[in-house]
Structures are given as C-alpha cells and as structure tokens.
Design a protein around this ligand. Structure first.
Ligand code: 4VP
Length: 177
C-alpha cells in the first residue's frame, strides 16, 4: 500500500470510508484547498458536492486535517491517518439539517440559494454533533484537479464498483459516461 509522508502524497487522493455509526462517505482531495465528496450512507445519503473550499494541512508526517464550513451552515473537521487506514470526523450539523436532512440531499452546487435560504429560515441551535472514527475502505490515486472522480450522483452499488475497479479506467476517468 502507498505510504503517505508529505502533503503532496495526500493531495489528489480519493478515499472511501465507513464511519463506526455505519455512514459511508467518499472524499476526493482535489487540490490543496478544494475537495469533492459524495455521501453513500447515513442521515444525508445521496448528497454530493463539488469544489468545496477547505483548509487543508499536514499535522505531522502522514497525518492530515481538512476543515470547512458549508453553505448549509454545517461545519466539518476531518483527520486522516491514511497509513493506518483510519480517519476521524466531527460534523457540526445545524439543528435544521438534523430536522430536515432531505433539503440537503441533492447535488448541492445546483442548490446554493436554497441552502442559504434554509439556513436563515430554520433554526441553527442547538447543533447536532457527530464525532466518529471511520475505517478507510478504498484509497485511489486520482491525481490533482480530476473532474471525473466525483461527476455523477451516488447510486447503490457505486462504492462496491469503485473498490472492484469497475468505475475508473487506468487514467482515472469514468468508464461508463
Ligand atoms: C458534511 C460533509 C462531510 C463530508 C465528509 C465527511 O467525512 C463528513 C462530512
């Protein structure tokens, strides 16, 4: 398995992981300040997002932190230990996302106004906090700024297809467009 040592090792990497509460997520480190992600299981399964601006740092050799705040008002802090195939996520959901998760289940890039309207219309507090460790079940070297990694809505067998090598070709492009 690839050994992660530097920030460059992390940027361009594509991960699938399952939190201990059973929620399955997929995240692509697109470049030094951007991620794309898809949510396959849990409270907001079906949601997917491209070009989320993040803060990304290497804390120490092979250990990385990604943090951001979303248009929904959700804050997220993720710590990746890819050499141990582990990560830890802390999600700070506004009250409204916990009460109306279905509003956020979409390709968010097409619904930014709705996210902004909803975060004003509904309540923020008390926030719903989800701190969980996760097991990384897939690590792919997708390269930087690859727009084909997260380019389709999640479907039921998607993560199995990716893990089985049935989704991306040798150049990490989608096989079935
Ligand atoms: C709310 C977004 C989000 C994306 C990835 C992750 O691991 C946790 C939350």
């Amino acid at each position: 398995m690839k050994k992660f040592s530097t920030l460059e090792d992390f940027v361009g990497t594509h991960f699938i992981y399952t939190y201990d509460n059973g929620w399955e997520y997929e995240l692509y480190v697109k470049n030094e300040h951007t991620i794309d992600y898809r949510i396959h299981g849990g409270m907001v399964a079906g949601r997917w997002v491209k070009n989320q601006e993040v803060s990304l740092v290497m804390l120490t050799e092979g250990i990385y932190k990604i943090t951001w705040t979303e248009p929904t008002g959700t804050d997220v802090a993720l710590d990746f230990l890819p050499n141990d195939e582990k990560m830890h996520g802390m999600i700070f959901f506004p009250k409204w996302v916990h009460e109306h998760p279905e509003i956020t289940v979409c390709f968010q890039n097409d619904f930014i106004d709705l996210m902004h309207e909803s975060r004003e219309k509904y309540e923020t507090y008390p926030k719903y906090l989800v701190p969980e460790f996760a097991k990384i079940t897939y690590i792919g070297e997708a390269g930087k700024d690859n727009d084909e990694v997260v380019a389709q809505a999640p479907y039921k067998e998607m993560t199995d297809d990716i893990r089985a090598g049935k989704y991306y070709d040798a150049n990490y492009k989608m096989m079935n467009k």
